[in-house]
Design a protein around this ligand. Structure first.
Ligand code: DGL
Length: 239
């Protein structure tokens, strides 16, 4: 049995396209619909009730398009809304995002890991529970990087590696101001806890240097989405 209905993705903007790209690379037979709620971007500082309302509206739009599963390709929306979405739509599988603190904490040699995310993600239950459970023995530096969200939206999907010199230098200054203090504090892992940030990964890696691992969860989330489709018999094509 093959299920040709699309998989829906949403984010506050274009951030979640990194999850979409990872998913498409391992599930080429799947149809996908991506919803960027650019009108309300950024979500980072909005109250949870508002993010729940926006996430419900995004979900309704994707379900109206016939989606068989929804990937909440946004850490902030996951933090505020995934429990409500799962409760209100029990027939639909939802895949969420949360900062990959666990693998970073397990692999850290310095005992210091940094997480880059929005304030909404840091205030959420998921992040705080995961941190309490898996990062007991490491110091976690929580760095809010809302300015990165704006910068990624301005790029409109244009790759950082192809920016002209003045624009690249301006962006580099903004990224450096956030990353250098984390490296100076001894962090050997920097977790990208917002789906906008993998779009800046080449720059973050260059500034952080070889002693730091930048943790991008995109492929792990894509694999999890494929696993759920498989388990529920929802794959477009048996692989
Ligand atoms: N891309 C989002 C996330 O993963 C949110 C960015 C924002 O809208 O503030 O958290």
């Amino acid at each position: 049995m093959s299920d040709s209905r699309p998989v829906g993705f949403f984010d506050s903007g274009i951030g979640g396209t990194c999850i979409l790209a990872a998913f498409r690379s391992i599930c080429p037979a799947e149809r996908t619909v991506y919803l960027a709620d650019s009108e309300h971007c950024p979500y980072g500082n909005r109250p949870p009730e508002e993010i729940i309302r926006l996430s419900e509206a995004n979900t309704a739009e994707l379900l109206a398009k016939g989606c068989k599963m929804i990937v909440v390709a946004c850490n902030t929306a996951t933090a505020a809304a995934i429990d409500t979405l799962r409760k209100n739509h029990p027939e639909t599988p939802f895949i969420g995002l949360e900062p990959a603190v666990k693998p970073a904490a397990l692999k850290s040699k310095t005992g210091i890991v940094a997480v880059l995310a929005t304030a909404g993600t840091f205030n959420g239950r998921l992040y705080n529970e995961t941190k309490a459970k898996f990062a007991k023995n490491v110091t976690v530096i929580a760095a809010v990087a809302d300015e990165f969200v704006d910068e990624v939206e301005k790029l409109k999907g244009f790759p950082v590696s192809e920016l002209g010199r003045p624009e690249r230098s301006r962006l580099e200054r903004i990224v450096r101001a956030k990353i250098e203090p984390l490296v100076a504090a001894g962090a050997d892992h920097i977790v990208l806890g917002c789906t906008h940030f993998p779009h800046l990964k080449p720059l973050i890696e260059e500034i952080a240097g070889d002693s730091v691992t930048v943790v991008d969860p995109s492929m792990a989330v894509a694999r999890q989405a494929r696993r759920v489709l498989e388990e529920r018999g929802l794959l477009a094509e048996a692989t």
